[in-house]
Design a protein around this ligand. Structure first.
Ligand code: F6P
Length: 533
C-alpha cells in the first residue's frame, strides 16, 4: 500500500467542490435511486440520500483499491496473521464457515476443531433446553456480552428455551439485581471470557458461585465456561466437558459466532443459531465475490469514509427501526470504536486523517423523541444509518409496522429535504402570524436539510438476516480499517485504564497511600473514603 496521498487529495477536492450541493438535486437523475442502491439476496442498501455521485464513488473505490482492500480481505480469509501487533490471524469468519472448505492457520486446517466445538455446543444446548434449567446467566463484558445480549433480544421470537440474563458491569448492583428472584437450583451460569482474567467478569463469576453455594445450587454442575484459557477455567473449577474453547484468532468483539454465542444458542436452539451463522457466511461470500461497486460492506465503508474522513463529520448514528435491535447501536459501538479508534497505522506512523468516528444511536422511533432534534437542526451534521424490515413479526399489529416504516422513511426524507425559510414563513402565515412575529417564528422552523443518510432494508428480522447484518458491519469496519492503514483487531487503548485501576484498588480500599497520584485523583479518593460509611 502506498501513501494514498493522491487518492485522499482527489477526494478532498471533490468534498470541497460538492460541499454546498443539494443531495436532493441529484435526484434530477430519475435513475439515481437505482444507481446508488446495492443488493445482496433480499437485502437492500440505499446510499442515494448522500452527496455521493458517480465521480465521488469512483474516487472512493479508487481509494479502496489503492489501499489494498481486496488483497487484505483475501489475506484475512486465508488465515494470514494480519493482526500484526498481536501476531495473530483474524478468522472469526471460520466460525461461520459451515460448509466451506478448509481454513489454514500455520499449515493446519482449523475447521475440524471449529465444527467439533460447534457440535459440542449444539449437544450441550439441547441438553440444557431439555433440563429443568429455567434461567441462564451469561457473565462477560465487552465482546463477551454485547453480541449475545444484543442477539438474544433481536431473536426473541425464536427464544423458546430458558430465559437469558446478561451480567457485565463490576458494579455489584448488576449482579445483585440479576440474581435476585432466580432459583439457584435451576440456574446455569456461563462465564464468558476469552482471557478468563478480565477483572469485572472474574469478580462477578466468584460472586455468582458464592450465591449458588449459599442458595442450594451446585456450582460443580451448573457452571460452564467460554474461553481460550483452558488452565484458568480448570483452576476456577469448571470441568473440561463444560468448557467451550476457541482460538486467539477470534477477537473478543468478533466472537459471538462461536462459543461466546452459547447463551444465545441455548435460548433460540441450535437450528436458529445455525441460521444466524449461515447469514454471516452468506455475507462473507458476498464480500469475497462482489465487485466493489456492488459490495454492501465496501459501499457502506466508503460512505463512512466519505462522511467521516472527507466531509469531517465526527460521529454517525445507527438507527434501527426495529425495537428488537435496540442493543445493536451498543454492539456496533464496540465493534467500530474498539476496532478503528486508533492513532497510529500498522507501521507505527500517525494516521494522516481522522480515525474512526463516534458511533451511537437508539431504536427508532424512541430516538425521534429524544435526540433527533439535534440531528435535524443542530449545527453539526450527523450522518444516519437507518435499518428497516418490510414486515414485523406481530401479524395482528401490522398497522404498527406500517407506522414504523412511515416514520423511518419520513426521517431520511426530512433530513435530506429540510424546510426552507419560505416554506416556514408560509406555515406561519397559515397560522395567522404576520410581521416580525411571523419572521421570528419562521426562523425556528427552518430545517437546513441536506443531511446524509443511508438505509438498510430487509424483508424481516430473522436469524439469517441478523447474521447478515452483523457480518456486514464487521466487514465494513474491516474495509475502513484497511483504508486508514490501521490494525482493526487489537485494542491497546483499553490497557492503560485497566492498569491504573489495578494500582488504584488498594488506594481506594485504604491499604495503600495516594502518594504519587495527581491532586484531583487523590482528592477524589479522599472524598469517597470520607463519605462511604
Ligand atoms: O475491553 C477490552 C476487552 O479486551 C474487549 O476487547 C473484550 O471484548 C473484553 O475486554 C472482554 O475480554 P474477555 O472476553 O477476555 O473477558
Amino acid at each position: 500500500m502506498g501513501s494514498l496521498n493522491a487518492e485522499w487529495d482527489a477526494l478532498r477536492r471533490l468534498g470541497n467542490e460538492h460541499r454546498d450541493r443539494k443531495i436532493l438535486s441529484l435526484f434530477g437523475d430519475p435513475e439515481r435511486a437505482r444507481k446508488f442502491t446495492a443488493q445482496t439476496g433480499d437485502m437492500l442498501f440505499d446510499y442515494s440520500k448522500t452527496n455521493i455521485d458517480a465521480g465521488v464513488r469512483d474516487a472512493l473505490i479508487a481509494l479502496a483499491v489503492a489501499a489494498g482492500v481486496a488483497e487484505k480481505r483475501d489475506a484475512m480469509f486465508s488465515g494470514e496473521a494480519i493482526n500484526d501487533t498481536e501476531g495473530r490471524a483474524v478468522l472469526h469468519t471460520a466460525l461461520r464457515n459451515l460448509d466451506g472448505g478448509p481454513v489454514m492457520v500455520d499449515g493446519k486446517d482449523v475447521m475440524p476443531g471449529v465444527l467439533g466445538t460447534l457440535e459440542r455446543m449444539r449437544a450441550y444446548a439441547r441438553q440444557v433446553r431439555d433440563s429443568d434449567i429455567t434461567d441462564v446467566v451469561n457473565i462477560g463484558i465487552g465482546g463477551s456480552d454485547l453480541g449475545p445480549a444484543m442477539a438474544y433480544q433481536a431473536l426473541s421470537p425464536w427464544a423458546d428455551g430458558p430465559r437469558c440474563h446478561f451480567v457485565s458491569n463490576v458494579d455489584g448492583a448488576h449482579i445483585a439485581d440479576t440474581l435476585r428472584g432466580l432459583d439457584a437450583r435451576r440456574t446455569l451460569v456461563i462465564v464468558a471470557s476469552k482471557t478468563f482474567t478480565t477483572i469485572e467478569t472474574m469478580t462477578n463469576a466468584r460472586t455468582a458461585r458464592a450465591w449458588m453455594e449459599d442458595h442450594g445450587g451446585n456450582p460443580g454442575a451448573q457452571f460452564a465456561a467460554l474461553s481460550t484459557a483452558d488452565q484458568l477455567t480448570a483452576d476456577f473449577g469448571i470441568p473440561a466437558e463444560r468448557v467451550f474453547g476457541f482460538e486467539d484468532w477470534v477477537g473478543g468483539r468478533y466472537s459471538m459466532w462461536g462459543p461466546i454465542g452459547l447463551s444465545l444458542m441455548i435460548a433460540v436452539g441450535p437450528e436458529a443459531f445455525d441460521a444466524f451463522l449461515r447469514g454471516g457466511q452468506a455475507m462473507d461470500r458476498h464480500f469475497q465475490a462482489a465487485e466493489f461497486h456492488e459490495s454492501l460492506p465496501v459501499l457502506l465503508a466508503l460512505t463512512g469514509v466519505w462522511h467521516a474522513q472527507v466531509c469531517g463529520h465526527a460521529s454517525r448514528a445507527v438507527l434501527p427501526y426495529d425495537q428488537r435491535l435496540a442493543r445493536l447501536p451498543d454492539y456496533f459501538q464496540q465493534l467500530e470504536m474498539e476496532s478503528n479508534g486508533k492513532r497510529v497505522r500498522m507501521d507505527g506512523t500517525e494516521v494522516v486523517v481522522d480515525s474512526g468516528p463516534v458511533v451511537w444511536g437508539a431504536a427508532g422511533t424512541n430516538g425521534q423523541h429524544a435526540f433527533y432534534q439535534l440531528i435535524h437542526q443542530g449545527t453539526r451534521v450527523i450522518p444516519c444509518e437507518f435499518m428497516i424490515a418490510a414486515q414485523g413479526h406481530e401479524d395482528d399489529l401490522s398497522h404498527h409496522h406500517q407506522l414504523l416504516v412511515a416514520n423511518c422513511l419520513a426521517q431520511s426524507e426530512a433530513l435530506m429535504r429540510g424546510r426552507s425559510i419560505d416554506e416556514a414563513r408560509a406555515k406561519m402565515a397559515q397560522k395567522g402570524l404576520s410581521g416580525d412575529e411571523l419572521e421570528r417564528q419562521a426562523q425556528h422552523r427552518v430545517f437546513e436539510g441536506n443531511r446524509p443518510s443511508v438505509t438498510l432494508a430487509y424483508p424481516q428480522l430473522d436469524p439469517f438476516t441478523l447474521g447478515r447484518i452483523v457480518a456486514l458491519y464487521e466487514h465494513r469496519v474491516f474495509v475502513e480499517g484497511v483504508i486508514l492503514g490501521i490494525n482493526s483487531f487489537d485494542q491497546w487503548g483499553v490497557e492503560l485504564g485497566k492498569e491504573l485501576a489495578t494500582s488504584l484498588q488498594p488506594v481506594v480500599e485504604g491499604t495503600a497511600s495516594a502518594e504519587g497520584k495527581d491532586g484531583s485523583t487523590a482528592a477524589l479518593v479522599g472524598f469517597i473514603q470520607r463519605n462511604r460509611d
